[in-house]
Design a binder for this molecule. Sequence first.
Ligand code: ATP
Ligand code: MG
Length: 560
Amino acid sequence: MKTTQLLIPTQKEAPNDAKIISHQLMVRAGLISKLASGLYSYLPMGVRVLKKVESIIRQEMDKAGAQEVLMPVSQPAELWQASGRWDQYGPELLRFKDRHGRDFCMGPTHEEVITTLAAQYLRSYKQLPMNFYQIQTKFRDEIRPRFGVMRSREFIMKDAYSFHLDQDSLQQTYELMHQTYCNIFDRLGLDYRPVLADSGSIGGDSSHEFHVLADSGEDAICFSDESDYAANIEKVTFSKQEITCQAQADENQVLTKKKTSIEAVADFLNIDQSECIKTLIIKTENGFKALALRGDHELNEIKAHNLFGEFELASDDEIKSLDLKKGFIGIKGLSIDLIIDYSAAVLCDFVCGANEWDHHLTGVNWQGVEFSEADLRNAVEGDDSPDGKGKLVIKRGIEVGHIFQLGTKYSEAMKANVIGESGKAVTTTMGCYGIGVTRVIAAAIEQNYDDRGIIFPASIAPFQVVIVPINYNKSTRVKALADDLYQQCSEAGIEVLLDDRKERAGIMFADSELLGIPHRMVLSDTHADNGNVEYKARNNADKIEVRFEEALSFIQGRVS
Ligand code: ATP
Ligand code: MG
């Protein structure tokens, strides 16, 4: 194609709200345009990239025997009521009424719809297993849409759902999808890791996330420095440790006026935060609970949620009503249940609040305190790896894919049964597999850019080759050569862009670099004189002179 036929609105400046490099570059390169918060239009170059990502995903899903379907974005409330998610899902679910006053939502995901289809059309065990996928728009009214298409409200997802007679069959497809995802992310040219994950609001037993490693990632991923262990920080579990503390308590109440944070107390007493205990008060459906953690540890909300159900931190007034002093809450003499983290339980001779204003206790032990123990905290760098091999290292990741084993949660609710071998009805067992198609583009850019712009992996670049003729509109020789090379490339099936604008060379170079086109061929009058073309790869500073007659085969060698 020719540049003058295309809308490629490149710009020098990034918009103010673009905090991360992929967002800045996607706008500057003219791939996307913001319509409203979390809503983006894809411009022609963006669509070319998007189609390439979709095509790789489609090819690999087809190869794995999945079948493509396409389901509606709008979904009737009854389906969500049947699965129980109409009430569970918070304001992320965009709800609306049709002209008859019937409730609908914009699909944030499609378990309910696909399971309804399965209930309708899958009759016999002989049809199983089956895996359906679609590449389709999702809507989630994200509380904080940000980072451009990385966390938008409307985005494109590849979602797949498989149906099985039993767990063994699900396990096989799950492993096949795991491999398929690796193939997809390999072909997309991403540096990624599959990691153990929490299965979140969808529920189910087993789950992996695929993360692209990048400093801007919103997730923390824990890796063992000695084994293959990798898990989202949410999912790193710890076991109970043996309590070896023998020391007799030697408690002292010390004045810690206005020292209400662990940091301030540790500084004041000149000790490490890990020698302190902090006590959090939470409000659960079963009343208030006190949770004690080591001072340097953070509460893992998912673990707390799994243990206590819906909960929130108690308010200042609620803390007061329990006769507790915020900033000085301890572990002794509490009127509510005390649950302590495994790594708090093994502390000896520690510091905690004195349950008196402006006082803490030193030299405290757990002896005589009533408590139960649980795994409550997030992992920190240097923790022992849960597989017993090595220490944990923490890196940032962008979640681009997620695979779950769902079990029968939806198939039971939506009555997706088949007649089993014995003639009896069997509830199907399900898996589901998502890829954030639009997020993949942003993630690829986070890993591939320099100060001139995007360096697209070859498999998803909007064009493979750009021809930049200097003085195309003035020099008939340059024009003839450029048109000839353009035609040769096009006929050879190479995706080539001819920059036929009346622009200065510097602008044309800058635009093609900003857009991240992997290969560039430059033609000028000097080249016409000596019969050469200048070649440069986007990811390499070297320029190579190639004979014009050999230009096509040279470029074919580079793009293949
Ligand atoms: P996150 O934790 O990032 O919100 P999620 O766990 O809600 O993701 P899933 O429900 O598993 O995501 O959706 C499948 C995939 O869709 C994710 O792995 C991610 O790549 C993508 N995705 C989810 N939410 C968004 C969003 N708001 N914008 C763009 N892509 C998204
Ligand atoms: Mg989410």
